[in-house]
Ligand binder design. Structure first.
Ligand code: HEM
Length: 469
């Protein structure tokens, strides 16, 4: 027992793990940069969008449901997280590879995630729970359609798009607010696996994505994305025939065209995965002057949820870890003691440890104050009262965007996913599909009766998920 080095070593081994993320536990990361190529300063005063500006970025992509050791190539939504180390502090865009989501009410999120994770008794994934939940939440059919489409199993993040998904806001120097959606379009072309191909890949390696991404960057094939925004003037939100703050809906590209902004390039593998990727703490609460939130209820809840998760998973002062510490000199706080207090913020004078103080410690800068986010107290202001509201966009996706071959693959993928479900749950889900389009319901029913051998996807399949992509 007096061999202290041994005890120290064993004790450290016992503490080498931290809790994995409650969702998006399996992930892959890279470092890189974002460069502004087009001027959008009439919409936002955020310094990260000043023409010609280049900003360091830390990216993490992930699957949602799998645990940290899960196979990479599963049919699942992919997370698309970006941390921009801007001159005003960190801006995090914690998005997905889909422009929409399964639910629009944060209260449903923990239940939704429960259906994606393991059953409490069998300890297995439960398609019965997934489709039971979706059938009771028809707004999910839009996202489920994308998940079961050709875009359900990305080959790796380099060959998929990223979306901020929510409606956020911008404000400009004059204090005018605009609603905004963020899009990152892959420059590598889209590539996705069929179920059969994914099974073969998983049989060969469970780390296919990590291998692809690491090797591409290691050999200088840096993946790039073009960033676009869609912009809606603040007053126009009331004029739409859909709720622009509903996360289960896209904004039509015809009415809100994509405006090019810049280029994202990932060009460096982190020297230490744990330090930069496992320790990365992304949060929608990390915004900078010029970028803000919106009345989207899901977004509002996420502003709380992530920082809370980080305090639990990483510790009190997680914001000072190398992955998370802002690189901007003007980010100051009066946080004090507690676990992981390895930073100094004495501001050159030990008496300046509270605020306001007479010793010249940092003070709030009113010049970067956010203009008021108008709230009118009418919770149902953007309520969609027409019963078809949740089916309009998935119908357009099914009938206008997909061709017959894509629809056939969608039918097969969905039939395969729901094969283990009870007849009662299947019938409820068929009823939802029938509301989208009778051919959708009929197609999945037929595929369930006579499963087809899957054809490989076109090598560079570019199945759009939005009408005008
Ligand atoms: C109210 C709804 C939601 C809640 C409460 C929620 C909560 C969480 C939590 C607690 C984590 C784990 C964070 C960590 O431990 O580091 C997480 C991760 C993540 N979430 Fe959400 N989430 C919600 C909706 C969404 C939506 C709509 C998106 C995409 C548009 C999204 C994208 C992500 C991504 C990409 C990650 C992984 C972040 C990383 O790479 O570290 N989430 N979410």
């Amino acid at each position: 027992m007096q061999d202290y080095q041994l005890i120290e070593k064993l004790a450290h081994q016992n503490r080498e793990r931290i809790p994995e993320r409650a969702v998006h536990a399996k992930g892959w990361g890279a470092q890189g940069k974002f460069t502004v190529t087009h001027d959008i300063t009439k919409y936002t005063c955020a310094k990260v969008f000043r023409p010609g500006t280049t900003t360091e970025v830390l990216a993490r992509w992930s699957t949602v449901a799998g645990e940290m050791g899960a196979a990479d190539t599963e049919r699942d939504v992919r997370g698309f997280s970006l941390k921009f180390y801007t001159p005003d502090g960190n801006w995090d865009l914690v998005g997905n590879n889909t422009p929409i989501f399964f639910v629009r009410d944060a209260y449903k999120f923990p239940d939704f995630i429960r259906t994606q994770k393991r059953h409490p008794k069998t300890n297995m994934r439960s398609p019965e729970a997934m489709f039971d939940f979706w059938a009771a939440q028809p707004e999910s059919v839009h996202q489920v359609t994308i998940l079961m489409s050709d875009r359900g199993i990305p080959v790796n993040p380099m060959h998929m798009n990223g979306y901020g998904s929510h409606t956020f806001s911008f404000w400009n120097e004059a204090g005018e607010r605009f609603w905004v959606k963020f899009h990152f379009k892959t420059q590598q072309g889209h590539k996705y696996y069929t179920n059969k191909e994914a099974e073969e890949v998983i049989g060969r390696t469970r780390e296919a994505t990590q291998e692809d991404l690491y090797n591409a960057i290691d050999t200088g094939n840096f993946p790039k994305w073009t960033m676009f925004v869609q912009i809606m003037p603040e007053a126009d939100a009331d004029k739409q025939d859909f709720n622009p703050f509903d996360l289960t809906k896209v904004w039509p590209h015809g009415a809100f065209p994509l405006i090019e902004v810049g280029e994202l390039e990932m060009n460096r593998n982190p020297d230490n995965y744990f330090q930069m990727v496992e320790n990365a703490a992304y949060s929608p609460s990390n915004v900078v002057p010029g970028i803000g939130y919106s009345p989207d209820k899901m977004l509002q809840a996420r502003v709380f949820s992530y920082a809370d998760a980080h305090r639990y998973r990483l510790g009190t002062h997680y914001e000072m870890l190398p992955a998370n510490a802002p690189k901007a000199a003007n980010v100051n706080h009066y946080h004090k003691d507690g676990p992981m207090r390895f930073f100094t913020n004495d501001f050159g004078n030990p008496d300046a440890y509270y605020e306001p103080n007479q010793y010249g410690g940092p003070v709030a800068d009113p010049s970067v104050k956010e203009p008021p986010l108008r709230i009118d107290g009418d919770a149902d202001r953007y309520h969609q009262d027409h019963v078809d509201a949740d089916y309009v966009q998935p119908r357009a996706l099914y009938t206008e965007v997909m061709d017959q071959a894509e629809r056939d693959r969608l039918h097969s993928n969905m039939a395969a996913a729901m094969a283990p479900c009870s007849d009662a749950v299947k019938e409820r889900w068929y009823a939802v599909l029938g509301r989208v389009h009778p051919d959708y319901e009929a197609g999945v029913r037929a595929a369930a009766k006579s499963p087809k051998e899957e054809n490989a996807l076109p090598v560079d399949s570019d199945t759009p998920v939005e009408a005008a992509e």
